[in-house]
Design a protein around this ligand. Sequence first.
Ligand SMILES: [Zn+2]
Length: 168
Amino acid sequence: MANELNPEDLESELRIAYQSGSEAASVSFDVVPSNTAAAEYAKARAAEAVTLIDSTTQAKLKEIIAEAFSDPESTMDSITEDIDAAGIFNPDRASMIARTEIARAQMQGTISVWQEAGVEVVDVLLGVDACELCQDIAANGPYKLEDIADDYPFHPNCNCSLVVVSFS
Ligand SMILES: [Zn+2]
């Protein structure tokens, strides 16, 4: 449970977050179904940022992302296929949405754990081949968690992540 985590646990959590993020560029990163904080986030807010779709489509998308965290067999490919099969997006966009929404749910789940644990300052850990936007954001860090939490992911397909700098 989120509120049972201590700072030492958080360190290993963020190492996991970093590994999953850093692998995103080369392969596809693994969904972590045991990440309950991410699952809760996905259930509550996944797909909200996917714009220019109607509410029915958004609800369907949210369901697919949320289900991904409750199904231990989920992979990035299977999620992309599910989104593709919903019939609304072309395969490229389905893949982008899967990647971005899973990254969002995982990082936002982690952020909610950090907030409970009193994390105050975070920094941006650039993903492989990070874009100029993210390099600029990282160059201006570190940030107060509250100031940057809502901005992640910084753009579609972003594979950067946040890391803890200090606790309050
Ligand atoms: Zn990025």
